[in-house]
Design a protein around this ligand. Sequence first.
Ligand code: NAP
Length: 307
Amino acid sequence: MKAVRIHQPGGPEGLVYEDAPEPYAGVGDVVVRVHAASFTPGELDWPVTWVDRGGRDRTPVVPAHEVSGVVTAVGYGTTGLRVGDRVYGLTDRHRDGAAAEYFSAEARDLAVLPDTVTHVAAAALAMPGLTAWQALFTHGQLRPGQSVLVHGAGGGVGTLAVQLARDTGAHVIGTGRGAHRDVAIEAGVHEFVDLDQRRFEEAGRADLVFDTVGGDVLARSGAVVRPGGTLVSISAPPPAVSGGRAVYFIVEPDRTQLTELADRVRTGRLRPFVGATFALPDARQAFFAKQRSGVPGKIVLKAVDDD
Ligand SMILES: NC(=O)c1ccc[n+]([C@@H]2O[C@H](COP(=O)([O-])OP(=O)(O)OC[C@H]3O[C@@H](n4cnc5c(N)ncnc54)[C@H](OP(=O)(O)O)[C@@H]3O)[C@@H](O)[C@H]2O)c1
């Protein structure tokens, strides 16, 4: 089969489209014919990308752990999924990813995808949907009527967080670059702060601040958390918040949440934002495109031209 691989730690320039061994369905695994896959900006910079769970080098590596496709084989003892099921999810970063024609993953990291949700939409939904859900509800304990400040509101995670927060009945302020204003408004922000033009502190305090940007934005965010409120970060561990909580977390696969998210897409309550699609052999250009500022939402790699 063909896969996109990288043979030593480094940036997207090392990605090559080449022959690779067929994946194997171990105990609890499924093999999936990949239809669409997506990746997280910066994932090639993460130490976890290059090693197995024992910390041993596992190059060459297949990137992109956000996937949608069809189950083609089921491992010994695997329950919950069958050959032919349409599935999507976020898979173990210590294993090969989905920038390939086929890949294997633990079945528990995948959920059945409704027929009316496209593979491209599902690949764009998996990581941002789970991350936004866990940030707002698991760690941020968001309730109706509260206020939320979402930094990076036009990004992959940000666009989902804005929609989920708005749907909950929160007042949502989004921040980001001016080029992403329209996407953030489409996602549902009540107010948008162009960080190149204004300081977000001028928008007031919020019960929950969700930071997807990091750096100076994260460093200044504790000061706009209301007393008793929470700062949730996915970019880096945040500084302590005076009178509130500060949380950093790594998104976890969760089949129940994936099922709920896909159902919201099916019923039109939620929409993943796809900023661009690339054919699988062009993965290197796709990674470079996301590194450059300006592509809103997610970039999706299409392994099958069916959506
Ligand atoms: N901890 C976890 O489990 C977890 C999970 C998912 C993602 N992440 C991390 O979270 C971050 C966001 O992920 P994502 O997929 O949402 O990325 P993304 O699609 O690139 O979204 C980030 C958004 O923030 C904007 N932004 C970045 N720097 C900015 C700045 N200085 N001023 C204004 N806007 C800025 C980006 O705009 P431009 O495109 O114009 O730069 C983009 O709209 C990444 O660092 C990712 O690695 C962590």
